[in-house]
Write a protein that binds this ligand. Structure first.
Ligand SMILES: [Zn+2]
Length: 181
């Protein structure tokens, strides 16, 4: 038996109400699926936003050439992870952590590194070389916390390090080739 006209119009009205919700649902699924691809793994198993991860990888390789291993212990954090760290900090059970939404770890542009103290070879290397890769220390009380801020980080003049000191002479390709001959 065919639907009376009133039932059809009710059915159409119902479809119109549901349709925007359905398309919105599909859209949010797509945007959620995109977000993990913005973050890329870095040595140590953490991840950073794609551009920061590439810069970190270059810095890591440069450090290795100087026998320095940059070991990341915290990179990108989800809101949930930041919330947990912040709660632990507030309870006096963990190190200082920014309020959820205020940390550059959530943007994937901050990385915590094992540096030891401020006179350690790792810290000294970062202090003199990190700016070349767009990284800088941003929290006075946290020597381990480095952020990728390429626009706000001054690149040193040729032949000088991030502190403005002359770079030590490096082994040149010429001296390397003399080893081979
Ligand atoms: Zn940090």
């Amino acid at each position: 038996m065919p639907f009376p006209p009133l039932r059809w119009s009710l059915l159409l009205a119902l479809l119109c109400l549901l349709a925007p919700g359905l398309s919105q649902g599909a859209g949010s699924k797509r945007s959620r699926a995109k977000s993990p691809r913005q973050f890329v793994s870095i040595p140590g198993g953490e991840s950073l936003r794609r551009d920061a991860a590439k810069a970190f990888q270059r810095m890591h390789t440069a450090a290795r050439r100087d026998s320095i291993n940059l070991w990341a212990v915290s990179g990108y954090r989800t809101v949930r992870e930041q919330r947990l760290l912040y709660r632990r900090y507030r309870q006096g059970l963990g190190p200082k952590a920014a309020r959820p939404g205020r940390s550059n770890h959530q943007r994937g542009t901050a990385v915590d590194l094992i540096v030891g103290h401020e006179m350690s070879p790792i810290y000294r290397w970062l202090e003199t070389h990190a700016c070349r890769h767009g990284f800088r220390r941003t929290v006075a009380s946290e020597p381990w916390h480095w952020e990728y801020l390429p626009r706000a980080t001054r690149v040193p003049a040729p032949g000088t390090d991030c502190l403005g000191q002359p770079l030590p002479p490096r082994a040149t390709p010429a001296s390397a080739s003399s080893d081979l001959s």
